[in-house]
Design a protein around this ligand. Structure first.
Ligand code: GRF
Length: 223
């Protein structure tokens, strides 16, 4: 008998392009997770009607309608349990979660961040990466711990920074990598090939030891 697919929720606040990439991956019945529900803390989130049109259960939980963070999170938690959710994926979810929620979903709460963590946690990552002059940027999928953008790293993707990049051009290149990385990372977790070991992830998955991204590329000297 094949292992049942893990039931995942996706939490969004806006356009939801990473949510779309996870939904697309989950269309393959052999993929180890299914999307049980998409929840937004902003009723106007553009991703919500898109998910509903795919036949996925959706829920708008306006955080402003709750007196306290705890009240919002209790309702969110109840909705996740109701949907039989086993893994929660934050995808552009712009609401800090408190210790109570993070503890309840420990090692089952995943986030994507548009930098190579632990570099550039927080906002304006591309602007800050360009200001620092880094030559390789990227994105990270990690388990969520209480401090923002920390927690065991499941997978990362690197992209080059190219001359003339603006936060927008770099952001587009990183986002394209995010759309490939998140489904890959969630599949690793849902299938048990990524396991938490202390505060890091142990991978039961082959790693291509010969892959390296050189930026600028080795042959790029202009004469
Ligand atoms: C992504 O860059 C993600 O890494 C960050 O917020 C953005 C969300 O974009 N956490 P989208 O809503 O998935 O298009």
């Amino acid at each position: 008998m094949s292992t049942p697919r893990k039931r995942a929720a996706i939490l969004i606040s806006g356009r939801g392009s990473n949510m779309m990439s996870l939904v697309a991956a989950a269309r393959d019945p052999a993929w180890p997770a299914e999307i049980a529900v998409v929840i937004a803390n902003r009723p106007e989130a553009a991703g919500l009607p898109w998910a509903a049109a795919q036949g996925i259960a959706t829920l708008a939980l306006d955080h402003k309608a709750f007196a306290t963070r705890a009240a919002f999170e209790d309702r969110l938690h109840a909705a996740l349990l109701h949907a039989g959710v086993e893994i929660v994926c934050l995808a552009g979810f712009m609401r800090m979660l408190t210790k109570g929620f993070v503890d309840r979903w420990r090692d089952r709460l995943v986030n994507i961040h548009p930098s190579l963590l632990p570099a550039f946690p927080g906002l304006d990552t591309h602007e800050r990466a360009l200001r620092e002059g880094v030559k390789i940027a990227g994105c990270t999928v990690h388990l969520v711990r209480l401090e923002m953008d920390t927690g065991p790293i499941i997978a990362q993707a690197a992209v080059p920074v190219v001359p003339g990049d603006t936060p927008e051009t770099l952001g587009r290149r990183v986002l394209a990598a995010e759309h490939r990385l998140y489904p890959h990372a969630l599949a690793l977790l849902a299938s048990g090939r990524a396991r938490v070991s202390g505060e890091t992830i142990q991978l039961l998955q082959s790693v291509n030891q010969d892959d390296a991204l050189f930026s600028p590329s080795l042959e790029s000297v202009v004469t």
